[in-house]
Write a protein that binds this ligand. Structure first.
Ligand SMILES: Cc1ncc(COP(=O)(O)O)c(C=O)c1O
Length: 411
């Protein structure tokens, strides 16, 4: 095979540059805002970048928002705003990252896990309805529901919100993975009582580490801001009536956030293009399918996720991850369900084994918005080689056909 068709050989050894799952991608203006923080010496959790970042974010999603040190901190404060406390229970989809539900434990409450559906990979509204009906009969309704929008796609919020309204259960939207996704033309994270976002280094935009809490209730947002700065009462003395945290975003990092927000729409287009390029390049492979793209909203495809049918594909998901690793490509299983985690052993779990199946068969492929066409072709061909299929050239044609063409042309 000609090196022209394979700028990055898939059989090269471990010294080759590794293609990572999702890396930061700066837009260009971040350093200008960060320099402003240095120039004015506002190198703390106070300053004009924080104010501007919150304002820009508020304009973007249409709700007041508080900039925090992480998405996890935002979930912690959000659950506290919803009144979650010791001995309460909180419903949460089992298919998620641990940060969706760990804050439930921070508050001394316990998690109850719910299964996903295949159509969205998110919380199954039917299972939610059944679980709430059964809990109502026992007079044991949860204090809140955390609903998660996985990998850039919203859960089916209309039925979820109407069921929760019927049982008077407030909803926290964990939109950590779904900034810029929409549900029926409304932004992810603006539909429940509280919405939470993450700017962790692997997210669609990043502040290296950071998060945002949003709510239609401006008093709640102000309360979250107050708690995030140690809940110091007004006045000269350091007096505290409430328990606070050190959860505020730094003014330096908010500068990165301002620059990143300017390129968010471009990042969405880039992430979606990557997902669809994979889908098209695997169109002739049996047993590998892109995560569903539900018609009710915009899926940002923060991560390009696929399901592997071992029988048809010829390799298991784990075998594919190992083959990619050998080709210096980082990939990852879909989240391991929370009800299978040792930490959450013994928690109640409603539903079947959809989340377990998605976990067993699901894989996340490199999805950085900065992923070059050349590097993506390397990933594509590593997947194709694992499936025993011919490789593609940069035009999406079988690579062997191209080398034959080049040979004929005397190239
Ligand atoms: C679904 C989900 N929830 C919460 C978080 C926590 O966000 P952070 O890393 O900013 O604390 C993440 C990502 O890290 C996530 O993927």
């Amino acid at each position: 095979m000609g090196s022209h068709a394979h700028p990055v050989g898939i059989t090269k050894g471990p010294s080759m540059r590794r293609i990572l799952l999702s890396i930061p991608h700066m837009g260009g203006n971040e350093e200008t805002y960060v320099r402003q923080a240095f120039a004015t010496n506002w190198l703390s959790t106070v300053g004009s970048n924080i104010i501007a970042f919150e304002d820009d974010f508020q304009k973007r999603i249409g709700l007041p928002a508080a900039a925090l040190s992480s998405g996890t901190a935002a979930i912690h404060l959000g659950l506290r705003l919803l009144g979650v406390g010791p001995n309460d229970e909180v419903f949460c989809p089992t298919l998620t990252f641990a940060a969706s539900c760990n804050p439930v434990r921070y508050l001394g409450a316990e998690c109850v896990f719910l299964d996903s559906d295949y159509a969205t990979w998110n919380l199954d509204p039917n299972i939610l309805e059944d679980a709430l009906r059964r809990r109502a009969l026992r007079n044991q309704l949860p204090r809140a529901l955390v609903v998660v929008h996985l990998y850039g796609q919203c859960a089916d919020m209309d039925p979820i919100l109407s069921i929760c309204q019927r049982y008077d259960v407030p909803v926290l939207e964990d939109a950590a993975e779904a900034l810029a996704a929409t549900y029926r033309n409304r932004p992810a994270g603006t539909l429940g009582s509280v919405g939470v976002f993450s700017f962790n280094g692997n997210k669609i935009i990043t502040t290296t580490s950071g998060g945002m809490l949003a709510s239609a209730d401006a008093v709640w947002v102000e309360k979250a801001r107050f708690w995030s700065q140690q809940a110091r009462d007004p006045g000269l003395a350091y007096e505290h009536s409430e328990l606070g945290y050190n959860y505020r975003m730094s003014n330096v990092l908010a500068g990165i956030g301002r620059g990143q927000l300017e390129v968010l729409d471009l990042r969405v287009r880039q992430r979606r293009a990557i997902a669809f390029r994979y889908r098209d390049a695997f169109a002739d492979l049996p047993g590998i399918s892109l995560m569903p793209q539900v018609a009710y909203g915009l899926h940002t495809n923060w991560l390009s996720c696929f399901l592997i049918d071992e029988g048809e594909f010829g390799r298991s998901r784990d075998q594919l991850i190992r083959a990619l690793d050998e080709a210096n490509v980082e990939s990852r299983p879909v989240w391991k369900p929370m009800h299978l985690q040792p930490l959450y052993a013994g928690c109640e779990h409603y539903g079947g084994d959809v989340a377990e199946d998605l976990f067993r068969r699901g894989i996340c492929l490199p999805s950085s918005s900065s992923l070059s066409a050349e590097d993506q072709l390397h990933v594509v061909n590593a997947v194709r080689a694992a499936a025993g299929m011919h490789e593609l050239d940069e035009l999406g044609q079988p690579a062997t056909v191209q080398s034959e063409r080049m040979a004929q042309a005397g190239d």
